[in-house]
Ligand binder design. Structure first.
Ligand code: DON
Length: 572
């Protein structure tokens, strides 16, 4: 030690006990548990498993599998997801990557029509739109490597609800109407969704006995109980019958990957979030570290929004060119998540003027009904799970291979199937996200932890390309001192580089802020005005589910997005 530092250290030691005496005491573990999810039956299923002595990871198996039963519009065994885990005993964080993989037959050429344009029917409907599912493998891994209870126990609530049924809710019935034409192309799907030729309606009891049996085979046989054996055979046969091409080896060769999360600091928060093949963590690191250079909390709404939008614009541009499956492409992750890079980007932002995005080819496809689902859990030991899972668009591909009850995803559309052509969320990509055998398609799903000396937070949401900006606004909300429910309710806005427009929910901005933003050169897609080039009528979005542990008061709270009436947050 340099001699000059010694007296300083002594002085420090003298004063430290005083500082300790003043410091608030902080709980080392929560006094209970909290779960927030997109459906109350799933939240209750998680609570049931905790009551049986399970930990957050067992509860996650119960919540995830129950969502797969009660929210087929959003996620399921035929889809995938990301599970961000915190193990309290070791202090370690990992992300289980259960993203779907591309079958070898699904090359770029397979998705072009005879004129060389993207065949949108193939990319979002039926067998070709489906990747090899990852969710069942994640459930096996979560339970086997992290849980305390047998998989069979944690899957019980889902099996019971699949067999006994649950009441159809409005969003599910409405979603069916908008996907009806596609779903009714397939005999396996018709068997599940039609009763005497009539589709499910709100209030009907919806039973899925075949899905219950598929879940039982998973409970009994683990990985092989889904990816091989009877379920495996039925899946392969159903895909083949619908004109697609999966091989038995591709199905049985699926693997969940445990990946190191993206970790960075924002103000006094440590943020732990989703790494590639999610684009969310890198984009969040970029946006928040750009914003850290300003005191945005003290700014008026227009200037704050302007800077947040400029950060969004830059992060989404980088997403387009650099991000994809890290097992297939070299991502300059260290650069993109560095403070230096963020500082460079910050320097390109004018404090008063919008930077016009460079317009490339194509207009985004409008998408009005967004799906996917997220849940957040903290248990009594301090373990955490933040998981976002999906079949991509409403009811995924629409295809249920006969006899399985499993609705397959349409995640192939998340690849850049034709370079530079926007996907269903209006985002595009190039080589880094081109489809290849066994490759995972780039995602925006961003399960995230935030923690500082006083608080621990788990948050996430569905919403396609808007997921990342919703998580960003959620982090900024917590940083401003809002509580969990306030964060879930926050009005939202979004910019994704292209189209060069701010999309805004009603209530996101007051009149004055709108005028100021327009004067800075921003185009705003406001409720009731789709002319600005945004996604028009889709003016309410997301389904944010978050839990918070305040270590000073040792209280837990949950926030469930008020936009989803069947979601629920519970504390026990
Ligand atoms: O992984 C993704 O980014 C998308 N497949 C998520 C889809 C989604 O959130 C649907 N809309 N809410």
């Amino acid at each position: 030690m340099k001699p000059i530092l010694r007296p300083l250290l002594l002085l420090g030691l003298l004063f430290t006990p005083l500082a300790w005496a003043d410091a608030p005491t902080r709980a080392t573990h929560p006094d209970g548990a909290a779960i927030a999810s997109g459906h109350q039956l799933a939240t209750q299923a998680g609570m049931e498993i905790l009551a049986q002595g399970g930990n957050a990871f067992d509860a996650a198996v119960a919540v995830s599998s129950t969502l797969a039963v009660v929210e087929p519009i959003s996620s399921g065994l035929g889809g995938g997801g990301f599970f961000l885990l915190h193990d309290a005993a070791s202090g370690k964080d990992i992300m289980l990557d259960a993203r779907e993989t591309a079958p070898a037959a699904a090359t770029e050429a397979a998705f072009l029509d005879k004129d060389g344009n993207l065949d949108r029917d193939r990319s979002v409907n039926g067998a070709w739109s489906a990747g090899i599912p990852g969710l069942p493998a994640a459930l096996v891994e979560l339970s086997g490597k992290h849980g305390k209870l047998p998989l069979k126990s944690s899957l019980q609530p889902a099996i019971r609800i699949a067999r006994e049924g649950f009441p159809v809710y409005a969003r599910m019935a409405k979603g069916y109407q908008s996907r009806r034409e596609v779903m009714e192309r397939y005999a396996g799907t018709r068997e599940v969704y039609l009763r005497n030729g009539k589709p499910i309606a709100e209030g009907d009891l919806f039973r899925q006995p075949e899905l219950a049996r598929t879940l039982e085979r998973l409970a009994d046989g683990g990985f092989d109980g889904f990816y091989r054996g009877q379920t495996g055979k039925l899946l392969l046969a159903g895909v083949k019958q619908a004109g697609g091409r999966w091989t038995a080896d591709e199905l049985a060769g699926y693997t969940v990957k445990a990946r190191a999360p993206i970790v960075f600091n924002y103000n006094d928060w440590k943020i732990t979030t989703a790494p590639p093949p999610s684009s969310g963590g890198i984009a969040l690191a970029s946006m928040l570290q750009i914003l850290e250079g300003w005191d945005i909390k003290s700014m008026d709404a227009a200037h704050r929004t302007h800077l947040v939008v400029e950060a969004m614009r830059r992060a989404y541009r980088d997403r387009t060119f650099f991000l994809g499956d890290p097992d297939f492409v070299d991502i300059p992750q260290n650069v993109l998540t560095s403070k230096d890079y963020a500082q460079g980007l910050r320097a390109t932002i004018h404090p008063e003027k919008a930077t016009p995005s460079d317009l490339l080819s194509g207009n985004p496809t409008p998408l009005e009904d967004d799906e996917t689902t997220h849940f957040s859990i903290i248990d009594q030991e301090g373990n955490r799970v933040g998981a976002t899972q999906t079949v991509n668009l409403l009811y995924g591909s629409g295809l249920i291979p006969k006899g399985t009850g499993v609705l397959l995803n349409n995640e192939m559309d998340d690849f850049a199937l034709k370079p530079g052509t926007p996907n269903a969320f209006g985002v595009m990509g190039y080589e880094a996200n081109a489809p290849k055998a066994g490759k995972r398609m780039l995602s925006s799903m961003t399960p995230t932890f935030m923690e500082n000396a006083d608080k621990v937070v788990v948050l996430g949401t569905p919403g396609g390309s808007r997921i990342i900006t919703m998580v960003l606004l959620g982090i900024l909300g917590y940083d401003q001192g809002l509580g969990a429910q306030q964060v879930a309710a926050l009005p939202r806005y979004h910019h994704q580089w292209l189209p060069d427009v701010i999309e805004a929910e009603s209530g996101a901005f007051d009149e004055g802020t709108i005028k100021q933003l327009q004067a800075m050169g921003h185009r705003i897609d406001l409720p009731g005005d789709s002319a600005a080039g945004g996604r028009g009528s889709s003016h309410v979005w997301g389904n944010l589910q978050t839990v918070e542990w305040d270590r000073r008061s040792n209280t837990l709270s949950g926030g469930s997005d008020p936009r989803n009436p069947v979601g629920s947050a519970e504390v026990r």
